[in-house]
Every structure is written in C-alpha cells, then in structure tokens.
Design a protein around this ligand. Structure first.
Ligand SMILES: [Zn+2]
Length: 201
C-alpha cells in the first residue's frame, strides 16, 4: 500500500470527524416568576403576573429547544417553587447553564410602563444587555434600564443570571397588550430567546 496516500486519507478522515462533531449547545435554566399561591404583582391588579410569566417562559423554552438547546425549567406549571429551590435547580444543572428569570412588573403608579432588566454582578452583564435591548425594541415602550439588584435568584445564583421585567401589568395599555395579545407575548419570547442565543453557543 502506498503509505503517503494512506496517511493523507487518514488525515482527511480525522478532519471530517473534527468538522462533523456537533458543538454542544448551551444549557439554559428558565425561571418563570411566582406560581401557585404566589400570584406576583401587587394586590388587586387585574392581570396575574404568574400566568403571564409562565406563558412567555414556555414560549421561550419552545424557541430554545427548537434551536437545539437543553432547557431546564424551575417550574412548568402553576406551582409554587421556593426561591432557594430555583437557585438550587440552577446549581445542580450540569453543563454550566445560564439562568434567566422572567417576570412582569407592577406599580401603584398606574402610569409606570416599560422594560427593566436586572443583574447582580458582571457575570450577567453581556446577557442582560443582549436581552434588554431586544425586548425594549419589540415593546416600543420606555427603556427603564439595566439595573443592579439583590434579588434572591440573582444574588445566590452560582450561574450567570439575569431577571427581566417584561412590562407593567398595572399599566392599562401595556397590561392589556401583554394579557390579551398572544402575538405580543410571542414577540417578547422571541426577543428574549434571540438575546440568549446571541451570547451562548
Ligand atoms: Zn415578579
């Protein structure tokens, strides 16, 4: 057998294997805020936060799994999950996942509207920016900024983590759009998914 040719063939085969090996897509932990006996929001508000948060989180999951990501949910039904358990889920999920918590805002001031994104430390900075600007763009509402907060699910998280407030349910216009328009909720979910995908493999 012609040795150089054999060696060349072997090299090509090896190269083929290298190029054919799929990149492992990142794992994402999605955290739908509140649930069960905790509706979120403020007393007497018309639209429940827990339902909107779960709806959009399930849409984000669908989008990310379709793109090949592994998604772990801290809740996927209307159940109560302790904050410590949400963080524990992120910690025990293998593959160095990122953590994204989905919420909707409420305020006694009914005029308040717009998008806020929270992080605790710089590990969440790129993710926060990527998600925030996309959500602001589709919401058309005020950009209330990326803020630092000591929220439990951020502060005690061992993973890069952000929490997004996807608009105010207590604002008559924004609240109605969120609760009544499935197309709008899908747009929010698409924006969050695109933001996540822009920072992970
Ligand atoms: Zn909330």
């Amino acid at each position: 057998m012609d040795l150089p040719l054999f060696s060349l063939l072997r090299r090509l085969l090896l190269l083929g294997c290298v190029f054919a090996a799929p990149l492992q897509a990142a794992t994402i932990v999605l955290d739908a805020g509140h649930g069960g006996h905790d509706p979120g929001g403020i007393p007497g508000q018309r639209y429940s936060e827990k339902a909107a948060a779960l709806d959009v989180t399930l849409r984000i999951r669908a989008k990310l799994t379709a793109a090949g990501h592994r998604v772990v949910m801290t809740r996927s039904t209307d159940t109560f999950v302790e904050l410590s358990e949400r963080v524990a889920i992120a910690k025990r999920t293998p593959g160095k996942p990122i953590f994204v918590s989905i919420h909707f805002n409420s305020a006694a001031n009914r005029d308040a509207c717009g998008i806020e994104t929270y992080l605790y430390d710089k590990r969440g900075a790129a993710l926060a920016q990527a998600i925030h600007r996309r959500v602001v763009a589709v919401s058309g509402g005020p950009d209330r900024g990326i803020r630092r907060a000591r929220f439990y699910v951020l502060r005690y998280n061992s993973r890069p983590s952000v929490l997004v407030e996807l608009g105010f349910l207590t604002n008559s216009q924004e609240g109605a759009k969120i609760s009544r328009s499935e197309a709008y909720r899908q747009k929010l979910a698409d924006a969050v998914s695109a933001g996540i995908r822009s920072v992970v493999r």
